[in-house]
Write a protein that binds this ligand. Structure first.
Ligand code: UFG
Length: 328
C-alpha cells in the first residue's frame, strides 16, 4: 500500500489525515472541491480540485494515480443545516459515496476508510455506546451517514470492497507541527467557539442549556484529538490491507466532559476569563454521548494518546496563530 486517495483531504479532519500519511511516507492524492476545505491545509500531497459526485473527475484521478486505498472524508457535516435542508445532505453525502464506490469498483480498488459519526446512534440507549447499539439518527446528517454504512455493507458483499466506517465522537485539537487546524464557516463547534471567545473574537460563549440530566446540567460529550483520529484511520487502512473484516468502529476517548467543564478547562489552558452565558437548548442535542472504544482498541490496536488539556492546548496554539483561520 503506497498511494492513498484522501477525498475531502482539504477539510479539517482530512487535512490532519493527509499530514499523517505524508509523515509516514505514503504518496497522498487529495481530491477536494474546496467548497468547505482549504487548499492551504494540504501539505506535501498532490491536490486535484473536483467533486466526488463527478464520476468523470474520479475516473481521471484513478487513472492518473495507482491508488491502493481510499479514505473518504468528503461530506457536509452540519447537523442543524441538515435538518433545514435534508436534500442537500442526502444529495451530497450519499451521491458522493455512490460515485466513489463506483470508481473504486471500476478501477479495482478494494479498501475504503469512511468517515461516519456518533450521530448514527441518535438518542443512545445506554452509555458508553457500543457499535452494536441501536442506530436511529435524529437528524438527516446522521441518517445520510448511516445510509452510506448500509451501502458499504452491500458493496462489500457484491464487489468485495472492504470498509471501516469510523464513527467519530467530538473531534477537536490541531497539528501544531504541520501548522493546520480547524477553520469552519460558520463555526458551530464548542471548542473553537470557546477559544474564539478567549481571543476576544466573540464577547461570550453561549451554553446551550443547563437543565439536562447531567451532573452540572450541561451536555456531556466525548472529545477526541484530531491527531488520534487520524492515527485510527491509518490503523484501519492497515487492518483492511491485512484482510481485516469490514465494519463500524467508534472513535472516542471513552471519557465524557460537560460544556461547563470544557469552558473551565479552556480558562485554565488559556489563562483568559472566557465569559459564558446560559442560553436555551439547541434542538436535537442528546444529553450524553460517550463512546466505548473497546472494539477499536482490540481490533485495530488503537489507543488515544492525547487528553482534554492537550486537545484544548493544541487548538489554542492554532487559534492564536491563525485568528482568521486560513484567511480565505
Ligand atoms: N455547545 C454549546 N455552545 C456552543 C456550541 C456547542 O453549549 O456555542 C454545546 C452543544 O449543545 C453540545 C456540545 O456543546 O452539547 C458540543 O457541541 P458541538 O456542536 O461542538 O458538537 P456536537 O456534539 O453537537 O456534534 C458532534 C459533531 C457532529 C456530530 C455529532 C454527533 O460535530 O458532526 O457530534 O452527535 F454529528
Amino acid at each position: 500500500m503506497k498511494t492513498i486517495l484522501v477525498a475531502g483531504g482539504a477539510g479539517y479532519i482530512g487535512s490532519h489525515m493527509t499530514a499523517l500519511l505524508v509523515e509516514k511516507g505514503y504518496d497522498v492524492v487529495v481530491a477536494d472541491n474546496l467548497c468547505t476545505g482549504h487548499w492551504q491545509a494540504v501539505k506535501g500531497a498532490r491536490l486535484r480540485v473536483g467533486d466526488v459526485r463527478d464520476g468523470a473527475f474520479l475516473d481521471r484521478v484513478f487513472s492518473e494515480f495507482p491508488i491502493d486505498g481510499v479514505i473518504n472524508f468528503a461530506a457536509f457535516s452540519l447537523v442543524g443545516e441538515s435538518v433545514a435542508d435534508p436534500l442537500k445532505y442526502y444529495g451530497n453525502n450519499v451521491t458522493g459515496a455512490v460515485s466513489m464506490l463506483t470508481a473504486m469498483k471500476n478501477h479495482g480498488v478494494d479498501k475504503i476508510v469512511f468517515s461516519s459519526t456518533a450521530a448514527t446512534y441518535g438518542e443512545p440507549e445506554k452509555q458508553p455506546i457500543e457499535e452494536t447499539d441501536r442506530t436511529e439518527p435524529t437528524n438527516p446528517y446522521g441518517a445520510s451517514k448511516l445510509a452510506i454504512e448500509g451501502l458499504l455493507k452491500w458493496s462489500d458483499r457484491a464487489y468485495g470492497i472492504r470498509y471501516a466506517a469510523l464513527r467519530y465522537f467530538n473531534a477537536a485539537g490541531s497539528n501544531t507541527d504541520a501548522g493546520i487546524g480547524e477553520d469552519h464557516h460558520p463555526e458551530t463547534h464548542l471548542i473553537p467557539i470557546v477559544l474564539q471567545a478567549a481571543l476576544g473574537k466573540r464577547d461570550h460563549v453561549g451554553i446551550y442549556g443547563d437543565d439536562y440530566p447531567t451532573a452540572d446540567g450541561t451536555c456531556v460529550r466525548d472529545y477526541i484529538h484530531v491527531r488520534d483520529l487520524a492515527q485510527a484511520h491509518l490503523l484501519a487502512l492497515e487492518y483492511l490491507d491485512r484482510g481485516g473484516e469490514s465494519g463500524p468502529f467508534n472513535l472516542g476517548s471513552g471519557d465524557g466532559f460537560s460544556v461547563k467543564e470544557i469552558i473551565e478547562t479552556a480558562r485554565k489552558v488559556t489563562g483568559k476569563p472566557i465569559p459564558a452565558v446560559v442560553e436555551p437548548r439547541r434542538a436535537g442535542d442528546p444529553s450524553v454521548l460517550i463512546a466505548s472504544n473497546r472494539k477499536a482498541r482490540e481490533v485495530l490496536g488503537w489507543k488515544p494518546e492525547r487528553g482534554l488539556e492537550q486537545i484544548i492546548a493544541d487548538a489554542w496554539t492554532w487559534h492564536q496563530g491563525h485568528p482568521d483561520g486560513y484567511g480565505d
